[in-house]
Design a protein around this ligand. Structure first.
Ligand code: AMP
Ligand code: GLY
Length: 427
């Protein structure tokens, strides 16, 4: 079958790499893709927000499966756009309905969903302009640190962990009174700070049944030892050593099952990936956030470890057969290290010429392109996160070392990366 994948980051390059290996895949298109995805299929110059253009392309090219990489088109209703029009209703869309995508698109919606369904999460209150004064009183007596979350999508920048009451009050004012976070911050969720270690879990669901993919741990801070500002993700590892059977059983019983049952009970239409952003607090799982798509850079380690045909999984999802799917996982560890532009995650440089990225020196490694463009055959940086270098290894340490070896051959001006990805698990 012909397949269209939406998106243009490292996540989409990894998805394209995986989809291309399926026996079901005749032709893979990626819109808009990047110079890396063009080695897996044909890039098509259509924006992910252009639903009319995407639908027209699907009809013209007999596309039967539409895989949505990023959250924006999902939150903006691409699932509903396709399923509500008879001309496109035969196309399988991998992604939730707009209503269900609110699990990512609205922090307040997600928190209320967790409360209704008994899913462990930090305690919280929500505030808008209407109860702003009450919010100030609430903040002043809140234990430190205080977590403030802009309700809507804020490109990964909507969470502030305030270390003082002054910082919390000024962030609260910025969000609600000065709309510094745009419409996303008109509503603010204030929640209890949880202390623990984070990990990401992924399920593919049809809203009733589900399969779990390999888990991963993402490293969000820019600096060594998890210091400095948050980024989109500087690297990831899989498996996650502390996610042992005891912990995973708790995750399944206390988080995954109640979430899928909640979707079903509440009539939330969901045919796609659920990303559970979890934190283990003394061995007990809590949900930090839901996302309605795969993670980036987690996908760059999850896809390499997934041995099951992913298109088979999508077909099982569409046909209500997910409970029959067996997930086969590569026993090796995988680590990905993200190469970023100078200045990132602040204002960063672009247009730097990239050397050595198009020749891969080991079959144990993969280079997934992210913020890369091409001009007259030369590869140039176009984004903060430029590429993710993934390797397999007998251990996480081996996988990280192997990626570092590959990175020695890649260069662009002011390139940066974290060498200490997986540092807690290296012994
Ligand atoms: P997000 O942008 O929603 O991915 O959140 C960014 C990061 O903020 C998370 O990965 C956590 O590290 C942190 N965070 C969010 N909520 C909490 C919380 N309640 N307690 C502790 N850390 C949190
Ligand atoms: N790696 C975190 C995310 O994709 O949101």
């Amino acid at each position: 079958m012909n397949i269209l994948l939406l998106g243009s980051g490292g996540r989409e390059h990894a998805l394209a790499w995986k989809i291309k290996q399926s026996n079901h895949c005749s032709k893979l298109f990626i819109a808009p893709g990047n110079p890396g995805t063009s080695s897996c299929g044909e890039n098509v110059n259509i924006a992910t927000a252009d639903f009319d253009g995407i639908a027209e392309f699907c009809l013209e090219n007999q596309v039967k499966l539409l895989v949505v990489g990023p959250e924006d088109p999902l939150v903006n209703g691409i699932y509903d756009y396709f399923t509500s029009n008879a001309s496109y209703a035969h196309i399988i869309v991998v992604g939730p309905s707009a209503e269900a995508a609110k699990l990512e698109g609205s922090k307040a919606f997600a928190k209320a969903f967790m409360d209704r369904n008994g899913i462990p999460t930090a305690s919280y209150r929500e505030f808008t302009k209407d109860n702003y004064e009450e919010g100030i009183v609430y903040l002043k007596q809140h234990a430190l640190p205080i977590v403030l979350k802009a309700d809507g999508l804020a490109a990964g920048k909507g969470v502030v962990i305030a270390q003082s009451h002054e910082e919390a009050l000024s962030t609260f004012e910025d969000m609600i009174q000065f709309t510094c976070f745009g419409a996303a911050g008109e509503k603010v969720v204030i929640e209890q700070f949880l202390t623990g270690i984070e990990l990401s879990m992924f399920a593919l669901t049809d809203g009733k049944e589900y399969v779990l993919l390999p888990e991963a741990k993402d490293y969000k801070r820019i600096g060594k030892g998890d210091t400095g500002p948050n980024t989109g993700g500087m690297g990831a590892v899989s498996p996650v050593p502390f996610a042992n059977k005891t912990f995973m059983d708790k995750v399944i019983q206390q988080v995954v099952k109640p979430t899928i049952d909640g979707l079903s009970k509440e009539g939330l239409v969901y045919h796609g990936f659920v990303f559970f952003g979890l934190i283990s607090v003394g061995g007990e799982p809590y949900v930090i956030e839901y996302n309605c798509r795969m993670g980036d850079p987690e996908t760059e380690v999850v896809m390499p470890r997934l041995k099951t045909d992913i298109v088979d999984m999508f077909l099982a999802m569409a046909e209500g057969r997910l409970s029959e799917v067996h997930i086969d996982v590569d026993p090796r560890s995988a680590a990905t290290l993200v190469l970023v532009s100078g200045g990132y995650p602040g204002v960063f440089e672009k247009g730097k010429s990239i050397k050595g990225i198009d020749t891969l020196l080991s079959s144990d490694s993969m280079i997934f392109y992210a913020g890369i463009g091409s001009s007259n055959g030369a590869l140039l940086t176009t984004g903060g996160r430029v590429a993710a270098v993934t390797s397999y290894g007998a251990s996480i340490k081996d996988a990280v070392d192997q990626s570092i070896k590959i990175i020695q051959n890649i260069s662009f001006e002011n390139m940066a990366f974290r060498e200490d990805i997986g540092y807690e698990f290296l012994d």
